[in-house]
Design a binder for this molecule. Structure first.
Ligand code: 5RP
Length: 222
């Protein structure tokens, strides 16, 4: 199976978490796109979807799936999204597509975060994938210096502006052994909007697609 076929298998498995009548939170990226395409077949059975990016909103709308604003929703039972990396504690690096801030907001509201991945995304230690950090443009230089002091190799994502009008700095060279701590530390830097570590709110369920099938992994109780 190709990586894209694996992504699709994980995405379609997530449809089982979409109960009739609910509002579903929808992530961003190629795996989330497969989920949106699968959701189209049951659009008449859900109350609607909250999108984590303009790109996902456009794809949902193109399928005729009712779009809702997060502020108009009382409850979001489930959020379905991909990841760039996920570790054994269900912490993730996200934001390869640059939608990390809205993804983190929608994920925070959801009761259950279902992560959909092909098995190349599972790692023992996060940090092989450069950590995306969304930054207010005037703070770019200062934030890069602070990220360097943390041991990273920050690099501006050239020509990329987020849906919120900010820039993204990708930080290579981090070996992230305490994702919760680093998530907090980076978020404290003035000028940082948010970073792509999803550890304080990690995944509850991981649907991990391998050539022999989709494995379901659930967060162990703490
Ligand atoms: C976008 C994300 C994506 O979930 C992540 O980049 C994975 O993308 P893909 O499903 O295309 O591999 O965080 O901001």
């Amino acid at each position: 199976m190709t990586q894209d076929e694996l992504k699709r298998a994980a995405a379609l498995a997530a449809l089982a978490y979409v109960a009739d009548g609910i509002v579903v939170g929808v992530g961003t990226g190629s795996t989330a796109n497969h989920f949106i395409d699968g959701l189209a077949a049951r659009k008449d059975r859900i109350a609607g979807a909250v999108a984590s990016s303009e790109a996902s909103a456009q794809r949902l709308a193109a399928h005729g799936i009712p779009l809702l604003e997060l502020n108009d929703v009382d409850r979001l039972p489930v959020y379905v999204d991909g990841a760039d990396e996920i570790d054994g504690g269900m912490s993730m690096i996200k934001g390869g597509g640059g939608a990390l801030t809205r993804e983190k907001i929608v994920a925070a509201v959801a009761d259950v975060f279902v992560c959909i991945c092909d098995d190349s995304k599972r790692v023992s230690v996060l940090g092989g994938f450069p950590l995306p950090v969304e930054v207010i443009p005037m703070a770019r230089r200062y934030v890069m210096a602070r990220l360097t002091a943390l041991g990273g190799l920050p690099r501006l994502r050239d020509g990329f502006i987020t849906d919120n009008g900010h820039c993204i700095i990708d930080v290579a060279g981090l070996s992230i052994t305490d994702p919760c701590d680093l998530e907090c530390t980076i978020n404290q830097i003035p000028g940082v909007v948010t970073n792509g570590l999803f550890a304080q709110r990690g995944a509850d369920v991981l649907l991990l697609a391998r050539p022999d099938g989709v494995m379901t992994i659930t967060r162990s109780p703490t």
